[in-house]
Design a protein around this ligand. Structure first.
Ligand code: PEP
Ligand code: MG
Length: 517
């Protein structure tokens, strides 16, 4: 058994026999090298590939895959590429196949030089199209050789191994015939990677693999959670991974799973991995990355993109929870004790700027606003006053926002649990922050490693506060979720369901495990 580490494109486990993509090798053909004939062959092949893509586009794919296929069609319409191919045919007197290969290598080498990761990611698209055109040229010539050899001896879904994964190959083979994907040269953001994620196929980049042809027909296990592949895996490893998969698969049965995120990109990933909503967007992370308070416009763009990425699902954006270990250098804290909502209320302009950005973004999706560390009714009153001020300002400026936007309170201090009944009358939902609730309920500093042994989110005292919160929420007929680390404890999920949570909000790695089978 050989084990290699790689970068996960899409998580999940998969086992199957390796099938290698092998493409037409460039060789001088016996075909006439007459430039006119080669030119005609090139245009005919290109037209066939284009028609093929147009008909694939008519199939029912999600919009991302559709956009990728459309971008392929645009590359095919690129006149610069045509003139490069025609020039090579004319000057070097080569076959159309060779000219296409050389032209694509020239294009790819230009793209590889770019410092921009997105442009570099297009290299595999160029190779993919070049392979398609050359395959079609062979077909036009009546050659029997297929450019993509499928391993016919392998009838079950295969682990498709390639240097550059091909969008068209993945789509043509079909999800049901591909258990997993391994590439040696793809980038995480290439179109083929996007398609793999979109179709939910476990996929991994393993640059260490040198001679992929030696893998043909071998049994391979992909563990996308750990970012590893096992070649000829032992039976022990196979059973261990199957067992893990079983545990993961049923751990969240019957409970709605949301995700915790820190960026618009995370929102996109979480939805792809099967999150039913976003239960906690820690907006302060963007404030911590910057060396100044992000402007309203900068915040608006992030919240708007996140709302769009959430694709209609609920997106709970928590207002900044700064202070304590999350204090950016530019935040000149007079009172070191302030954190969460107390700190926000002490900086009205900063707080109102964030509320404005959040409200403006609310028309682009299903946004809710949640407030951290709420501990008194006075704070609630102040929060609502600021919110009303901001709404009034937007109205006078004729700026659209969702008037009925839902508001939530994080329940993460024992004080909040004590007043939970009153809070439940003021909010549309609660979300239990078990990380802080544990430290305040047990008097244990969550940041102090010495005290770690006494920090237990499943301590009966913490659990009784949690149960009281759920009861208060349900008595008032509002929803209640949990977004602290306790929600991400796979072995505790059925207990959270029993306690009565309407949803749990988990970290992305845990979401992958329980949702990406
Ligand atoms: C929590 O306290 O449980 C929580 C989710 O908030 P944070 O970890 O960001 O303090
Ligand atoms: Mg907290």
């Amino acid at each position: 058994m050989n084990v290699f580490e790689g970068k996960t494109i899409y998580p999940g486990t998969a086992i199957g026999r390796a099938s290698i993509s092998s493409f037409v090798k460039c060789k001088q053909t016996d075909d006439s090298q007459d430039a006119y004939t080669q030119k005609e062959r090139y245009f005919k092949a290109k037209e066939n590939v284009k028609n093929d893509l147009v008909s694939i586009c008519a199939t029912d794919f999600d919009s991302e895959v559709y956009d990728i296929l459309k971008s392929y069609i645009l590359i095919l319409e690129d006149e610069e590429f045509d003139s490069l191919v025609l020039n090579i045919i004319k000057v070097e007197k080569t076959s159309a196949e060779c000219a296409v290969k050389k032209a694509s290598e020239h294009f790819a080498s230009m793209l590889k030089k770019s410092g921009d990761a997105y442009i570099k990611g297009r290299v595999s698209d160029v190779y993919d199209l070049s392979d398609r055109i050359r395959e079609t040229l062979k077909e036009i010539s009546g050659a029997k050789e297929a450019s993509v050899k499928t391993d016919d001896s392998v009838k079950e879904a295969v682990i498709l191994v390639s240097e550059y994964m091909s969008v068209t190959e993945i789509i043509k083979r079909g999800k049901e015939n591909i258990a997993g994907l391994i590439s040696t040269k793809n980038t995480l953001h290439s179109h083929a990677s996007i398609v793999a994620r979109s179709l939910g196929i476990p996929a991994i980049i393993v640059s260490e693999l040198k001679d992929i042809f030696l893998l043909s027909g071998k049994r391979i296990l992909i563990d996308g959670f750990e970012g590893k592949i096992y070649i000829d895996p032992s039976e022990e490893i196979v059973s261990e991974k199957k067992r893990e998969k079983e545990v993961y698969a049923h751990s969240a049965d019957g409970i709605t799973v949301y995700a915790n995120v820190t960026s618009a990109r995370d929102v996109e990933d979480a939805i792809k991995f099967g999150a039913e909503g976003i239960g906690l967007f820690r907006t302060e992370m963007f404030f911590l990355e910057n060396d100044y308070f992000p402007t309203e416009e900068e915040q608006f763009e992030i919240y708007k993109t996140s709302a769009i990425n959430a694709a209609g699902k609920e997106l709970v954006l928590r207002t900044i929870d700064l202070g304590d270990d999350k204090t950016p250098a530019y935040l000149n804290l007079k009172d070191k004790e302030l954190r969460g909502i107390k700190l926000c209320l002490s900086m009205p302009e900063i707080f109102k700027t964030q509320l404005k950005a959040l409200l403006r973004a609310s028309v682009f999706g299903n946004i809710s606003i949640m407030f951290p560390m709420i501990s008194s009714m006075d704070e609630v009153e102040e929060v609502k006053r600021f919110l009303e001020e901001v709404k009034a300002e937007l109205k006078t400026k004729n700026i659209a926002f969702n008037e009925a936007i839902k508001l939530g309170a994080m329940i993460e201090t024992p004080e909040a649990v004590v007043i939970a009944d009153a809070l439940a009358k003021e909010f549309d939902f609660f979300s239990v922050g078990s990380n802080d609730l544990t430290q305040y309920a047990l008097g244990v500093n969550r940041l102090n490693s010495e005290e770690e042994k006494n920090y237990n989110q499943k301590d009966p005292k913490v659990l009784s506060l949690i149960k009281a919160t759920v009861e208060a929420a349900h008595n008032a007929k509002i929803t209640v979720g949990i977004c602290g680390e306790l929600a991400s404890d796979i072995s505790f999920m059925s207990n959270l369901k029993e306690i009565g949570f309407d949803y749990i909000s988990v970290s992305i790695p845990v979401l992958e495990k329980i949702k990406c089978k």
